[in-house]
Design a protein around this ligand. Structure first.
Ligand SMILES: Cc1ncc(COP(=O)(O)O)c(C=O)c1O
Length: 291
């Protein structure tokens, strides 16, 4: 049997780390400065997880590329986790933002644009009524609240290995024996997710039926395909089964299309002709502005 030579692996890693530091002196200096004012030297704590002793610092991004402060050009396969799916700084977005900035951007009153956006979303997804939030996390939280209000039920259900943003109730995983536990790495859960959340393995209709059977689950919040643990596609018929079971148990079905919108202008929902009760989109819907 072949085994990994871990000593050699460690040597190679050390060599790559040294090369990284050598090629990114300016990022290293900025990181040293950032350590004095930012937790772990990063503006958002997960940014410390990039490979390398410290993150790259972006100087400028355009289209599918960015240049770092050390002058290296990169093809950006992250594209802001899809927020910049149409490329960094698309000209139509820049023109529209500049136009609107000059007319005021935060007024606590509606503008006609919002109606156009609502009409366009209805045309794409078939759902009649829309609301706007600043992030997809917020939209998911809002949807779960509405679902609880409408159904009068206390619990929510999600897929195992889900990610729907930093919605506390969704930071839940399944143990092998079926109990619900806080997701690994979840920091200081507000409440024990076992009190708020039921967790269903992806592509398991029988488990879903069992979880919804007691009539206590207000909403089943799902991505039509899991996109945050690699991409896991639904088995043929799974999403139709989800719709049938949720309808039968009076549970509100929420499609989170924040990532899967990349399947087409109406996301996987329009592509498959699905009929969720609510739908959430974020990120790329803002044309390059985080949304
Ligand atoms: C499927 C899904 N929903 C919601 C979110 C939350 O988006 P945001 O961080 O913009 O609130 C994410 C973030 O990656 C996501 O992947």
């Amino acid at each position: 049997m072949q085994t990994l030579d871990r000593t050699r692996l460690a040597q190679l890693m050390e060599r790559e780390q040294a090369t990284f530091v050598e090629r990114h002196p300016r990022a290293g200096a900025l990181h040293a400065r950032a350590l004095a004012s930012l937790v772990d030297g990063v503006p958002m704590n997960w940014m410390i997880k990039w490979a390398g002793a410290y993150p790259l610092y972006v100087d400028v991004a355009a289209g599918a590329h960015f240049t770092d402060v050390d002058g290296h050009d990169y093809i950006d396969f992250c594209l802001g986790d899809t927020g910049a799916m149409a490329g960094h700084g698309p000209a139509p977005t820049i023109a529209a933002v500049e136009r609107q900035m000059r007319r005021g951007i935060t007024h606590m009153l509606p503008t006609e644009d919002a109606i156009w956006a609502g009409e366009e979303l209805t045309r794409r997804f078939g759902l009649p009524y829309w609301q706007f939030t600043l992030t997809a996390t917020d939209a998911n939280r809002f949807s779960l609240r509405l679902a609880r209000l409408v159904t009068g039920r206390p619990l929510v259900a999600v897929h195992d290995r889900n990610y729907h943003g930093t919605v506390d109730e969704t930071f839940a995983s399944l143990e092998d024996d079926g109990t619900v536990i806080p997701r690994r790495g979840s920091i200081g859960p507000q409440v024990d997710p076992a009190l708020t959340t039921r967790v269903v393995p992806f592509n398991d209709l029988e488990a879903l039926d069992r979880v919804l059977m007691n009539g206590k689950v207000a909403a089943f919040l799902i991505e039509p395909a899991l996109t945050n643990v690699g991409i896991v596609l639904p088995d043929p018929g799974y999403l139709d089964g989800v719709r049938e079971i949720t309808r039968r148990h009076g549970t509100i079905l929420i499609h989170d299309e924040t990532h899967t919108i990349c399947a087409g202008p109406g996301g996987m929902t329009a592509l498959g002709g699905f009929e969720p009760d609510m739908l959430v989109i974020g990120k790329t819907i803002g044309g390059g502005i985080p949304a």
